[in-house]
Every structure is written in structure tokens, then in C-alpha cells.
Ligand binder design. Sequence first.
Ligand SMILES: Nc1ncnc2c1ncn2[C@@H]1O[C@H](COP(=O)(O)OP(=O)(O)OP(=O)(O)O)[C@@H](O)[C@H]1O
Ligand SMILES: [Mg+2]
Length: 259
Amino acid sequence: MTAPEHERPVPAFEAVGLARSYRLEGVSVDALRGVDLRIDHGEFVAIIGPSGSGKSTLMHLLGCLDRPTSGILRVNGVDVATLDDTGLAELRNQAIGFVFQSFHLLGRTSALDNVALPLVYRGVGRSERRERARRALEAVGLAHRLDHRPSQMSGGEQQRVAIARALVGDPKVVLADEPTGNLDSRNGQEVMDILTELNAARGVAVVLVTHEREVADLARRRIHVRDGQVELDERDGVGGSPQGVSAQGDPAAGRREGP
Ligand SMILES: Nc1ncnc2c1ncn2[C@@H]1O[C@H](COP(=O)(O)OP(=O)(O)OP(=O)(O)O)[C@@H](O)[C@H]1O
Ligand SMILES: [Mg+2]
């Protein structure tokens, strides 16, 4: 049963006809072509699809790192079109933690200072920044690596630093673009354990892009993207029933055959 519209909680993300085109040497590339999507707080979602299908483009829009060309995107109920660049950066900083496949850490800066950086933009004082960064690193099992630079850490450790940096601001949502893509299976498993625990214990919504079936299967919902559109929106069944399939937006989408 679906609650009446006015009683439903504000979703983490709501996209209507979301589109993003890139202009490249006079040619327009339509990376996203009308995505309708709702992701609630507390969900654990995997975004899957072929290379070039628009997954990272979608993640950048959800993460307020980029703006749509057309369509509506609401983050925590706020229409991003109503925000200037400062407002967009604030929304991102307050609500969202972002983890990239390639880590995006500052190479000459210690793990502690890398993790503390987002708090600088929030105006948190130095000693509190360092304390919170230390706790975030502890939470990902890196209490013994606070003073190491990224170049002095393994790939798995660097990815965990990137996760600690995404967590330090207590985001309601963590977006992760192929968080296990550069890792071997053991390190990948550790990263997934952290994200799963974060979702289960703290109710943080996790939205991740992955090419790996086992990783996608850890999520309770899988959004299949193809050619810049949502092809299939698949949710795990409730109460042990076989995997339920529900369409978002396009009612035909759920009936379409898989790849
Ligand atoms: N800055 C850009 N300028 C022009 N075209 C771009 C740009 N970024 C992405 N594209 C194009 O938009 C499409 C979608 O790219 P996107 O990075 O979202 O794909 P993806 O699904 O994340 O792929 P992958 O699995 O390989 O990471 C691709 O055709 C890509 O070439
Ligand atoms: Mg990508």
C-alpha cells in the first residue's frame, strides 16, 4: 500500500525527465535522455549498465557535481534549478558523501587531512576536524594509518580513506561510482562490508555504480541504465517472494526483457 502523497517522506532524490547532453566540438552527446527516478532515504541501490550508458553522468547529477541540461532533479526535496553554484555546493556538502573509483585523494596530504578536508568548507575548527577525521578513519579500520599519505597506502586502504572522507560530514546519502572497481576481491569485499554496515546500522542511503554482479546483488534494488535511460528498475521481493520487478516512470520498463 502506498501512503497518500502528502504523507510520504521527502525522497533523497527525485528525477523527472532528467537529461544531460554534452557538447563536444559542435556535436551534442546525449548522455542521459529523460530519466524518471525516485530514491528514498535508507535505500541501498545499485546502478548497472554497459560502459557509456550514462551511469557516471547520472551519479554526478545526483551528487550535485553537475547540472541537468533539462528535466527536474530534487535532492532532499530541493529543486537544484533553484540553487546557484554556492547553494549547490552547500547542498552537496551537507547531504552527500561521494566516493569515486579513482579515489580523488590529495597525494601529498596525510590520510587524516584528506578526510578532514570537507569539514574545512563547513567552517569546522581545526581540532574538531581532526577528531572527526580520526573517528571516520577508525570506522573504516584505518586508525593505524592516520599519518600515511595515499602513496604510502594500498589501493584498498586508499579507497577506505575515500569512504572515510565521504562519511566525515555525516551524510544522509553516500554515492559511490565503482567503489570496488580498482580493488582485488578481498579489498572489494571490505569496502562492500563498510557500505553495507553503513546502510544497515545507520540508515544511510547508498547508491553505487558497479560492473560486478556480486556487488549489485548486495543491493536491494538494481537500476539498469542503457543508452541514457532507465531500462529496468528491479527490487528484491518482500517476505521471501522471488525477485519483484517494479517499473519507475515508464510502466512498460518492468516488463522489458533483461539483456
Ligand atoms: N565531459 C564529457 N564530454 C562529452 N561526452 C561525455 C562527457 N562525459 C561523458 N560523455 C559521454 O556521455 C556518455 C555517458 O558517459 P558516462 O561516463 O556517464 O558513462 P558510464 O555509464 O559511466 O560508463 P563507464 O561504465 O564506462 O564508466 C558516453 O557516451 C560518454 O562518452
Ligand atoms: Mg562511469
